[in-house]
Ligand binder design. Structure first.
Ligand SMILES: [Cu+2]
Length: 550
């Protein structure tokens, strides 16, 4: 699909409104699947894990009708379109308790929003930890190319994989036993596939398991430039991606094209995307190992961190079945030791935008981790562990003029009023600073002004006239990050860690942006209807909300 403006200066402006509607009809179910050979209940869309690709041109309308057919047990659900700004469609963000009520069991809901940015992304459930149970899919929005390439290889989803049901894991994660709060993933998948050694399952585990379930392969063409859209759509694990014998050129991070630079390894925390170009080796005929490995602590916990796939040139090389290429030393070093994104001096947006050097407000947020009054281990942002009320979406309350929630401090709302720009310093350098956290802001490409270990010096801004923008950034262990956004999108926007277990345990703040203008939003009645439908369900079924809800 090509349908893009010729005026390059418009490439960071409002999208061109094409009038084209991209329709999708999604039935969400829970069925037994064995992506790596080990059978388990997986949340699937239209029979698929990973869920189907959503594809559109910049400025199209994406319309997705979701049917909640989850059983065994029944659960609510809601889909979030990761990275989409939702300017003018703030209620379509798909976060239960924030922008809508959940879609009840047996219910349906149609999302409709503009593809307002372009590049590579994903969509996922934002209801509890359902995305750790398989409810993830890729989303590609075609837009202007900053760098020419020959072949689009499409999305490459990198996902850690847990054999236990996500509800069981969440109960442990927010439980009272400190030995169970950091579960290790069992496997790691590239586009939903990898081999798992069934002889390693725990004794007594009689689950159906088939070793050598199979891996993904990609055909490359010698001399041609291939575009790979890397997406970390997992639950917890930070991925390190590399291809033996091949160099990569980074051209975009999240929905932001950047000035190209070469690398042999790409780091992606949960929610992050990186588009790379890879030149097919001249006259190559063989097969090469593509690797994605889960970085070790303080990044992630995994029992089997290594996923592989095959890049091949001639079909005979694939069917030969022996693949013995060697990993780059840079890859091995990064897996072992590096738990941060590439340096901000390297990641420079292609289209410059300068943030306000003197934003009218700065908020400091400290991260903490400790037991609450009932002994449950929870994460805190400024001493609050977030918990959603599925029946009371904050955006809808704000739209009706209710912007203070004295009875619900656990919604952790930061009201930034009418400030034109907001700077937020997140400190992860206290006693609880032992892990890195991928921090995600909804509704914005945030400026990442600085990240590092220790504390911010209060003044350093990397590339102040054009800092890196993206929607997820790794907050280092024992460190800090400084983000800023321009308040151009009135709404109630989640700012949270994208590790499923951490947001389940409350590592979350609601950014309330320009409530005076939220009051003017014309929110369609179908959104309030989600709450009537949800309360009809919860009036007859007692909901056991075991986590923050997100
Ligand atoms: Cu986290």
């Amino acid at each position: 699909m090509t349908n893009v403006p010729s005026d390059i200066n418009s490439c960071i402006a409002d999208p061109p409104y094409t009038g084209v509607i991209r329709n999708y009809d999604f039935a969400i179910k829970r069925e037994t699947k064995a992506p790596d050979g080990y059978s388990k209940p997986v949340l699937i869309i239209n029979g698929q894990f990973p869920a189907p690709l959503i594809e559109a041109n910049w400025g199209d309308i994406i319309q997705v009708t979701v049917h909640n057919q989850i059983t065994g047990p029944e659960e609510g659900t809601a889909l979030h379109w990761h990275g989409i700004l939702q300017k003018g469609h703030q209620w379509e963000d798909g976060v239960p308790g924030i922008s809508m009520c959940p879609i009840p069991p047996g219910g349906s809901f149609t999302y409709s929003f503009i593809a307002d940015l372009y590049g590579s992304s994903w969509y996922h459930s934002h209801y509890s930890a359902q995305y750790a149970g398989g409810l993830v899919g890729p989303m590609i929005i075609h837009g202007p190319d900053t760098v020419k390439y020959d072949i689009d290889k499409g999305p490459i989803l990198l996902t850690d994989w847990f054999h236990r049901d996500y509800n069981d894991i969440v109960e442990d994660v927010v439980g009272t036993d400190v030995n169970k709060i950091g579960p290790s993933s069992d496997s790691n998948l590239i586009n939903g596939r990898n081999n798992f050694d069934c002889s390693t399952v725990a004794t007594g585990d009689k689950t159906s398991c088939k070793s050598n379930a199979g891996i993904t392969n990609f055909r490359f063409t010698p001399g041609k430039l291939h575009r790979l859209r890397l997406i970390n759509a997992g639950a917890e694990g930070q991925q390190k991606f590399s291809i033996d014998g091949h160099n990569m050129t980074v051209i975009a991070n999240d929905f932001v094209p950047i000035i190209p630079y070469d690398t042999k390894v790409v780091s992606l925390a949960i929610g992050q995307r990186t588009d790379v170009l890879v030149r097919g080796l001249d006259k190559a005929t063989g097969a090469y190992i593509m690797r994605s490995s889960i970085a070790s602590a303080p990044c992630s916990f995994s029992s089997n961190p290594d996923a592989t796939a095959i890049v091949y040139y001639k079909h005979e090389a694939l069917t030969a079945g022996t693949f013995n290429t060697t990993a780059w030393p840079e890859f091995k070093a990064s897996v072992a030791d590096v738990c941060v994104n590439d340096d901000l001096t390297k990641t420079v947006p292609w289209y410059p935008i300068a943030p306000d050097p003197n934003p009218p407000t700065t908020k400091v947020i400290d991260i903490d981790f400790h037991q609450n009054g009932t002994g449950n281990w929870l994460w805190f942002m400024n001493d609050v562990s977030f918990r959603a009320n599925y029946n009371q979406p904050i955006l809808l309350l704000s739209n009706m003029g209710n912007n203070s929630y004295p009875d619900s401090p656990e919604w952790n709302v930061e009201n930034f009023g009418s400030n034109s720009s907001v700077r937020i310093v997140i400190n992860n350098n206290g006693a609880a600073g032992f892990l890195a956290h991928p921090i995600h802001l909804h509704g914005h490409n945030m400026f990442v002004l600085d990240v590092g270990t220790g504390s911010w010096d209060g003044s350093t801004v990397i590339n102040p006239s054009n800092p890196q923008r993206r929607d997820v950034q790794i907050l280092p262990a024992n460190g800090y990050m400084v983000l800023q956004f321009t308040a151009d999108n009135p709404g109630a926007w989640p700012l949270h860690c994208h590790i499923a277990w951490h947001v389940s345990a409350g590592l979350y703040v609601t950014v309330l942006e320009r409530p005076d203008d939220i009051a003017k939003l014309q929110i369609p009645s179908v959104i309030a209807q989600t709450c009537r439908d949800w309360s009809a369900f919860t009036n007859t079924t007692v909901l056991n909300q075991i986590d923050s809800g997100l």
